[in-house]
Design a protein. Structure first.
Length: 178
C-alpha cells in the first residue's frame, strides 16, 4: 500500500501542533523545577533559540509519528490501536530512552524526568490518535458508510484516479448470477 504523503503530512503537522500545545501546557506544571534543575547544573535557562528548536522538533516528531502509523497500518489495520503502537514506539525512542539516559548520567533529576516522560506518553498517544484520524480521513468515512450498506460501490484511489470496485458476482443457485 502506498502512503498518501499529503494526508500523512497533514496528520503529522496536526500531531506536531498538538505536541507543541502539550509542551506549553506542561510549562506551568514543571517550569520552575526545570529552571532549578538547570541552575543546579550550571546550565543557562532555555532561551528563544531553544524554544524555536523545540517547536520545529515537535512538528518533525508529529510527522514521523503519522508516517510510522501509515507504514504499519496495512499490517495492523486502521484505528486507534495501530496509532497507539506507533505512539509507543516513538515515545520509547524519542522520550523514554533519552530521558532514562539523562537520569542515569546525572543530567536531570528523577522526579522531573518521570513527570516529563509520562506526560510525553499521554501527549504522543493523543497526537497519534489525532494524526491517524486525519491520515485516514475520507478512506475511513467511506469504509464506515460501506459497512452500514449506505454505499453501493466503494471508490478506491489507484494511481491518483478514482476507480469503482464492482461487487463480486454471487451465484443464487440454479445457474443464476447477480
Amino acid at each position: 500500500m502506498v502512503i498518501d504523503v499529503k494526508r500523512m503530512l497533514a496528520g503529522g503537522l496536526a500531531a506536531g501542533v498538538l505536541i507543541n500545545l502539550s509542551a506549553l501546557a506542561m510549562v506551568p506544571a514543571v517550569g520552575e523545577q526545570m529552571e532549578a534543575a538547570l541552575r543546579e547544573r550550571g546550565i543557562a535557562p532555555l532561551g528563544p533559540a531553544a524554544a524555536a528548536w523545540v517547536v520545529v522538533l515537535s512538528l518533525i516528531l508529529g510527522v514521523i509519528l503519522v508516517w510510522l502509523y501509515a507504514a504499519i497500518e496495512p499490517r495492523l489495520g486502521p484505528g486507534t490501536q495501530t496509532a497507539a503502537v506507533a505512539a509507543l514506539l516513538v515515545w520509547f525512542l524519542a522520550y523514554c530512552a533519552p530521558n532514562v539516559s539523562n537520569v542515569v548520567f546525572g543530567f536531570m533529576p528523577l522526579g522531573l524526568t518521570v513527570v516529563g516522560t509520562v506526560w510525553g506518553l499521554v501527549e504522543l498517544l493523543l497526537a497519534g490518535a489525532v494524526g491517524a484520524c486525519i491520515y485516514r480521513g475520507r478512506q475511513a468515512r467511506t469504509r464506515a458508510l460501506a459497512g452500514r450498506g449506505t454505499v453501493r460501490t466503494i471508490v478506491r484511489e489507484r494511481h491518483g484516479r478514482p476507480q469503482a470496485l464492482q461487487p463480486p458476482e454471487v451465484e443464487l443457485g440454479g445457474g443464476h448470477r447477480t
